[in-house]
Design a protein around this ligand. Structure first.
Ligand SMILES: Cc1ncc(COP(=O)(O)O)c(C=O)c1O
Length: 408
């Protein structure tokens, strides 16, 4: 196997058949969607939003988190926007962000009239650490939106201590880390408010597009509810939705509809199983990398149970005859689902530059990206897929490594 021509050069692939289809939305989700329709037909009222299924979904979400208040919204980007808006910091403030995140985590900062301050990652990691957080602060910093990147919690406790001592509010972006545990507690329960994307590809999803905004602070919750639905004062006992003169302020409509909430209610029941399976697969990949001379597991923060979204592995690029990207692309060509070159480093996005404050230099994040690639996987992967992933790496390194792989 190791001597055959690389697939990238026209040889046969290690993995000829497609990787397993995740199929998150299955028969159970179809059943519950049918229920939404059937119950609305029986009631003689078309289904809409903020109904029984949102109540079921957000209650299950809070139960899963271990308390708190949740509102289902139409996207993760909307959830971040609402989370930050709810904190009501002064216009023009600086907001710290993680070095590696999605544009949907950062665009709301700009749209709300704040400046973006990009922090660096800890060495050999995608995640922000306490000293990087400290370095990113300016006298004008009022908030931070920090991402648990790739499903791996960042070291939030010491960061929170610094933030609280300086009056900096913290939004956790849990869009890639649903259900991950940091020191035994679910992510999203540490900061002032948390945002989750629940789009189709996430570890937990409500359908094609969706999100959740979550907090343990009841006052923030009611403000979120109003911000997410045209300023409605849901907290008032005399609230009359048909009397817009009661509304509190101008706000958009970010509601998630009943169909998506029903899907979320159903898939959320499987999240613990998803997390367990994904961790087991990630651990098997890491163990099997023992065979590789060039690719190795990444260093991870202790005291956490991640909810792996993708699996990053480190590449000893000095041991290669080609670039890391060429190496990773050759692994991908063997039929393995990977992202050879993670481009989600905020400091590298030209469109963001006019909205940044201070230096946007994140050398640790760039260095880590330039010596790693992401294995994309899902909870249906078996030992067969783990074997193919590592066989592909071994095959490629037998061609492209300076020294011969130990396994050959
Ligand atoms: C960390 C992070 N934040 C925010 C978002 C935005 O979420 P959405 O695509 O649901 O708007 C995403 C995902 O796409 C994400 O990964």
């Amino acid at each position: 196997m190791t001597n055959s021509e690389l697939a990238v050069n026209g040889g046969s692939k290690v993995r000829a058949e497609p990787m397993p289809y995740r199929r998150l939305f299955g028969a159970e989700e179809l059943d519950i969607v049918r229920r939404v329709f059937e119950e609305s037909w029986q009631a003689g009222v078309d289904f809409s939003f903020q109904g029984k299924f949102e109540e079921l979904y957000t209650s299950r979400f809070c139960e899963f988190q271990g308390g708190g208040f949740a509102d289902a919204v139409c996207s993760g980007t909307a959830a971040v926007y609402l989370a930050l808006k709810a904190l009501d910091i002064p216009t023009g403030s600086d907001v710290i962000v993680s070095p590696i995140t999605d544009p949907g985590c950062i665009a709301p900062i700009v749209l709300l009239g704040y400046k973006v301050r990009v922090a660096d990652a800890c060495p050999d990691s995608w995640s922000i650490g306490p000293s990087e957080f400290e370095r990113a602060q300016t006298p004008n910093t009022r908030a931070a939106i920090l991402t648990h990147t790739g499903g791996y919690p960042f070291d939030i406790q010491p960061i929170l201590e610094i933030a609280r001592s300086k009056g900096i509010r913290v939004v956790e972006d849990c869009s890639q880390a649903h259900g991950a545990l940091y020191r035994g507690k679910r992510v999203g329960r540490f900061g002032d408010v948390a945002a989750f994307s629940t789009m189709f590809s996430k570890n937990h999803a409500t359908g094609g597009c969706g999100g959740v905004v979550y907090t343990e602070d009841e006052e923030i919750y009611w403000r979120l509810r109003a911000l997410a639905d045209r300023g409605k004062p849901f907290h008032r006992p005399d609230f009359n939705p048909k009397d817009p003169s009661q509304f509190l302020f101008p706000a958009l409509n970010f509601n998630l509809d009943e169909l998506s909430c029903a899907i979320g209610y159903s898939t959320l029941a499987r999240l613990p199983d998803t997390i367990e399976k994904r961790n087991a697969i990630a651990a098997k990949i890491d163990a099997a990398l023992e065979r590789s001379a060039v690719v190795s597991p990444c260093i991870r923060l202790e005291g956490c149970t991640p909810s792996p979204f993708f699996h990053t592995v480190a590449v000893d690029s000095g041991g290669l005859t080609v670039s890391k990207v060429e190496f990773a692309e050759a692994v991908g060509a063997e039929g393995i689902a990977i992202n050879p070159d993670y481009r989600y480093i905020a400091s590298e996005w030209p469109w963001l530059k006019p909205y940044l404050t201070g230096e946007a230099d994140t050398p640790n994040a760039v260095r880590f990206r330039d010596r790693s690639f992401n294995i994309l996987f899902n909870e249906r992967y078996t030992d067969g897929e783990v074997r193919d992933i590592v066989d592909a790496i071994i095959k490629v390194e037998s061609h492209l490594a300076k020294r011969v792989s130990r396994a050959v």
